[in-house]
Design a protein around this ligand. Structure first.
Ligand code: ATP
Ligand code: MG
Length: 616
């Protein structure tokens, strides 16, 4: 296909067209702001050219060297100059085509922008043709164009980004941060293009390789590793012309930031507050405040009902029917939970019941105006979790109880545990341990008050205080190191913050290919909690800038305390519960968990009697 340039316009008078070089630099700055945006554009071109093998290489975080090699359709020698002209594209003929875009590129701006600010060399051969072309361009000026022998497909080398715009150069971050951003861009493209085998070499090391077998789960596994993959559950949903496929994190595997929320629209990575809100709404009562779900969600819809031509970086999108998109994502996530519930996995926070849905089921998504009709997806059923079986020898009173309340009494209720040993002046002095509710809240009778204590929150806070007081975390060496695969920027953060991790009790070494080997862990953590902690710590370190300060270290200690603490739903013996109460008593000032939620809630006699209508 030929690439066609647009007509040049000349003006005279007061208002002058900027000279070509200045105009190019200004326009280029909107498309290219760092090495990651160059790589994104070059990879998108390769994908549009139908590549099945894509290799990306960078040196010094991409600042001095980037190379993208594909085996796609190549560029005709007679087209090569035109490809580097602004507004020259083979993907769009007229404005009408804008409403029908299926390619990733359409503006004809990327190569022109890259060539304006970097030194570029292209080798390209159209499959089946005997000869290819070599084309070099620097700061928008051609330096070579000659026939060349080269493999089929296209290789583009980009050197010295912003060499002619020092003002922009100043804004580049450290090479590791730029390299991390490139890696994240490659990761996203690799995940959403499972039929393409993507290889990424960073500073000479292969850090990512996908199989290209067209299995999305294999691509996610290859890119983000087993640990992350295991926290996911698949999503398959279709309704009203919108198809949602991908993965979301199982409840209980939430994260400290939104860094692992990845949305795609018709194969293109996007940023969308709408999709994020729909995702988080579906998790609303399944996740603690300040925690976030992860996702890899690919939305497909007719190009006519969405607009990607909103921003030069093409990350922002507009939807013709926002509610339809919101509902599609929301229902897609709920349907994934239904799948989990059917496998017997709890997807709720303690205290929430299946019969009390978090959000009133929204009306089924309205038909998008221009979307092809698809059978309506019925509102998703939310089955009740299986009730515990009533034992054969059920006491008479239980049998008369309404089915909702009929549960076998827990052994602890039959034999109340001895009261915790507390000093008479303490806040739980003379308290009687009644037992535990939902394996989450400790019930204490304290004079005329009923006290509910969140066992996880209490334990977490106590451990956190202990860690802070000691100012060092006791460590133990592992016989076998834990190997953990981390996303690009988190891998870089792990290696760049080894001292901080050591202070937090983790001996971490580079294991190559995006993996770290953890040889020492805090004594207070189990192996699986240690692995989860490393992932979360690196996520936080990657989100921060530079060496973490005191507040950030505190924040990281929270993470360890949270992972080490007894969890809601864990089985805890009455002795352990009593011990926890005693510890709480020794720390009078401990009233809130490290996230600021209360540890204990008190119900007074008057409050309860009011509820029963005994007093008004
Ligand atoms: N790797 C490649 N293989 C084959 N053709 C390519 C490749 N890279 C670029 N081209 C050709 O060069 C043209 C210009 O590329 P460029 O990236 O500048 O614009 P675009 O992809 O059409 O639009 P956009 O600016 O939105 O990316 C493309 O339309 C395509 O025809
Ligand atoms: Mg392009």
């Amino acid at each position: 296909m030929k690439i066609r340039p647009t007509r040049e316009v000349r003006t005279t008078g007061k208002i002058q067209l900027l000279d070509k070089v200045t105009a190019e630099l200004i326009a280029a700055g909107e498309v290219i702001d760092r090495p990651a945006s160059v790589i994104k554009e070059l990879c998108e071109n390769a994908l549009d050219a139908g590549t099945t093998q894509l290799t990306v290489e960078i040196q010094r975080g991409g600042v001095t060297f980037m190379r993208v090699t594909d085996n796609g359709s190549g560029i005709e020698p007679e087209d090569i100059r035109t490809a580097f002209l602004r507004h020259a594209t083979s993907k769009l003929r007229s404005a009408a085509d804008l409403g029908n875009l299926m390619s990733l590129g359409f503006r004809g701006e990327a190569l022109a922008s890259i060539a304006a600010m970097c030194r570029v060399e292209v080798l390209s051969r159209v499959p089946g043709q005997e000869e290819g072309v070599r084309y070099c361009i620097e700061g928008g000026a051609e330096t070579e164009c000659s026939p060349a022998g080269c493999p089929e497909g296209t290789t583009i080398v980009v050197r010295d980004i912003f060499y002619n715009t020092p003002a922009r150069m100043k804004f580049l971050k450290k090479d590791t941060a730029e390299g991390g951003a490139v890696e994240e861009a490659v990761e996203r493209l690799a995940v959403i293009n499972p039929r393409v085998s993507v290889r990424f070499l960073r500073e000479g090391k292969c850090v990512l390789q996908t199989p290209g077998n067209n299995r999305p789960e294999d691509a996610v596994y290859a890119v983000w590793g087993r640990e992350f993959y295991q926290t996911l559950t698949p999503v398959r949903f279709e309704g009203r012309g919108i198809r949602v496929r991908g993965f979301v994190s199982k409840p209980g595997h939430d994260r400290g930031s939104r860094s692992m929320q990845h949305f795609f629209l018709n194969g293109r990575p996007i940023r969308s507050r709408l999709c994020m809100a729909a995702l988080e709404e579906a998790y609303r009562t399944r996740i603690m405040k300040g925690r976030f779900p992860a996702c890899v969600l690919d939305l497909r819809m007719p190009p006519g009902v969405c607009d990607v031509n909103v921003h030069p970086a093409k990350l922002e999108v507009r939807f013709a029917e926002e509610k339809a998109v919101f509902d599609a994502v929301y229902y897609a996530v709920l349907s994934a939970f239904t799948g989990l519930e059917q496998q017997g996995v709890s997807v709720r926070l303690p205290g929430e019941t299946a019969s009390a849905p978090a959000r009133e089921a929204p009306a089924p998504p309205p038909e998008p105006v221009r979307a092809a009709p698809v059978p309506v997806q019925p509102a998703l059923p939310r089955p009740l979790p299986p009730r515990p079986a009533v034992p054969a020898s059920v006491p008479e009173w239980v049998q008369k109880t309404p089915p909702e309340l009929r549960q076998a009494p827990a052994p602890m209720e039959l034999e109340p545990a001895p009261p915790p040993q507390t000093s008479p002046s303490s806040r739980y002095a003379g308290a009687r341990l009644i037992g535990e509710w939902l394996r989450t809240y400790i019930l204490l009778e304290c004079g005329e008050k009923l006290i509910l204590i969140d066992k996880h929150a209490a334990h977490e806070r106590l451990l956190y205080e202990e860690l802070r007081a000691k100012n060092e975390v006791r460590r133990q060496a592992l016989l076998e190191p834990l190997t953990i695969h981390l996303p690009g920027s988190e891998y870089a953060a792990a290696l760049g913050n080894r001292e901080t991790l050591a202070r937090l009790g983790f001996g971490v070494e580079d294991f190559g290919e995006g993996c770290v080997a953890v040889r020492e862990i805090p004594t207070m953590l189990t192996l699986s909690a240690a692995a989860e902690s490393v992932m979360q710590l690196c996520e936080r370190l990657a989100a921060g800038e530079g060496v973490p300060g005191v507040d950030a270290i505190d924040d990281l200690l929270h993470t360890i305390a949270c992972k080490a603490a007894v969890r809601a739903h864990d089985e805890t013996s009455p002795e352990e519960l009593s011990a926890l109460i005693r510890l709480l008593d020794e720390h009078e000032d401990v009233r809130f968990c490290p996230h600021g939620r209360p540890i204990a809630v008190v119900l007074t006699r008057a409050q309860v009697e009011k509820l029963f209508g005994r007093i008004t």
